[in-house]
Design a protein around this ligand. Structure first.
Ligand code: NAP
Ligand code: HSE
Length: 433
């Protein structure tokens, strides 16, 4: 039998193809890094009759049992996506004594704690660097390089599709429907864009980051979420006039032992590093008590970039195998109280369309004041003479989410108010971060 380290793939699509291409191109270098050759053993696909570049047809299978029965497979790399059957196949591979590498954010966000415990029980490793931020190192820095820190905040742009769309809205003044169509034509957004535009994809990634950063059990249900579909070109215009841009920020922090985790369109000052992360790029900003603030930025998707992260995990496991190192035990992650949005504190941006008549401003200011929401600034940006309306944009001082929600219910019920447009948090200076 060969002394190569055997690698089998569950999935040979975009990322799987990138992994095979990199393995083929960099095989000699990887053998040098590891001390033994890496050998592609089998690849699970839905349709094994379709040829795959770089994979000999006899290596393709539609039956996961073929991979689990292969004694030469030491590392199973899961690149199928979705929760099932990926979760089940990962569990089967771990139980069979195989180390597993996965890029699957949904599985790791929803079932990471139980799968990591299963890996430890079977003395094998489960690595998932590619599950957040594609090619950007995010998991390993939290697990190793920043471990000495008490992490105080994680603030990230971790969905490339929506970052592309919001960048286009900010820079071109384009509307939501237009940029969604562009993103679909360019292949960034799926035909059904729900997971991206509703912040579901980002909530999976944030749950993974928060679990690692704060050493507690976090699932996607713990993340409060607001999508980008209600944003209009006017919000970007007004935000810009006030010195901000708008990003879909994923933000996690612990406040007095409680988790505050949100994915929401957020105003961010134009001179903040995260405000300058444009297009499909991702970035993860981590704040620690020792290191201060660090920012990781780069491609959050794509076959080659994602293969970079997947293969880093494969090489790490392969080196352990060659050195005969045993795997670390899984650390317990205690449950944590999650603060509901009504208990969040932030500065806010609020856009209201009103009848352009005397006394309106005083009424709205009164509702905000009655609920303890202090106004930081107010600008009347636009008056539509024909419609007899004006657009008022408020920013508030730091306020409680529940108090603001009550005030907004009262404002929306006023006869002089035509529409309450967007209510968005403002990052920093006591904002979500
Ligand atoms: P993809 O192109 O859709 O590839 C999925 C692969 O899995 C295909 O080869 C498919 O087989 C196979 N597969 C799916 N369900 C299967 C089943 N039930 N049984 C057997 N084979 C099955 O997906 P991808 O874009 O490579 O993404 C893979 C993973 O990487 C996902 O978890 C994704 O979230 C993650 N990820 C992707 C990116 C990116 O840039 N694409 C970035 C970061 C992380 P067929 O080819 O026969 O259909
Ligand atoms: N749909 C994701 C994004 C791909 O747009 O970032 C990587 O997870």
């Amino acid at each position: 039998m060969s002394d190569a380290i055997g690698v089998s793939l569950l999935g040979a699509g975009n990322v799987g193809g990138g992994v095979v291409a990199a393995l083929t191109r960099g095989g000699e270098r990887y053998a040098h890094h590891v001390g033994r050759t890496l050998e592609l053993r089998r690849a699970l696909v839905r349709d094994a009759s379709r040829p795959r570049e770089g994979i000999a047809p006899h290596l393709l299978t539609q039956d996961v049992a073929d991979i689990l029965a292969d004694d030469g497979t030491h590392i199973v790399v899961e690149l199928m996506g979705n929760e099932e059957p990926a979760r089940e196949y990962i569990a089967m591979a771990l139980r069979s004594g195989r180390h597993v590498v996965t890029a699957n954010k949904e599985v790791m966000a929803k079932c990471g704690t139980e799968l990591l415990a299963l890996a430890a029980e079977h003395g094998v490793r489960l690595l998932y660097e590619a599950s957040v931020g594609g090619g950007i190192p995010t998991i390993s820095p939290l697990q190793r390089d920043l471990l000495a820190n008490e992490i105080t905040a994680v603030t990230a742009i971790i969905n490339g599709t929506t970052n592309y769309m919001l960048t286009e809205m900010a820079q071109r003044g384009a509307g939501y429907e237009d940029v969604l169509r562009d993103a679909q034509q360019l292949g960034y957004a799926e035909p059904d864009p729900t997971a991206d535009v509703e912040g579901i994809d980002a909530s999976y990634k944030l749950a993974i980051l928060c679990s690692l950063a704060f050493h507690v059990a976090v699932t996607p249900d713990d993340v409060s979420r607001q999508g980008i579909a209600r944003l209009s070109a006017r919000d970007f215009l007004y935000a810009s006039e006030l010195g901000y841009t708008i990003k879909l920020l994923a933000s996690g922090r612990m406040e007095v032992g409680e988790l505050v985790a949100t994915v929401q369109p957020t105003l961010i000052a134009k001179d903040e590093p995260l405000a300058k992360v444009d297009g499909v790029l991702n970035a993860v900003q981590i704040e620690g008590d020792l290191v201060g603030r660090v920012l990781f930025e780069g491609p959050g998707a794509g076959p080659a970039a994602t293969a970079s992260a997947v293969l880093a995990d494969v090489l790490d496991v392969a080196r352990d195998l060659v050195a005969g190192r045993t795997s670390p035990v899984a650390l317990a992650r205690p449950a944590v109280r999650v603060r509901p949005p009504a208990e969040h504190h932030s500065r806010y941006y609020l856009r209201v369309t009103v009848s352009d008549q005397a006394g309106v401003l005083a009424k709205i200011a009164g509702a905000l004041g009655d609920n303890g929401v202090s106004i930081a600034s107010m600008v009347q940006f636009e008056a539509d003479v024909d419609a007899g309306t004006a657009e008022l944009v408020f920013t508030t001082h730091r306020a409680q989410g529940g108090s603001l929600a009550t005030a907004i219910t009262q404002v929306a019920a006023m006869e002089v108010v035509r529409e309450v447009g967007n209510v968005l948090p403002i990052d920093g200076q006591g904002g979500p971060r």
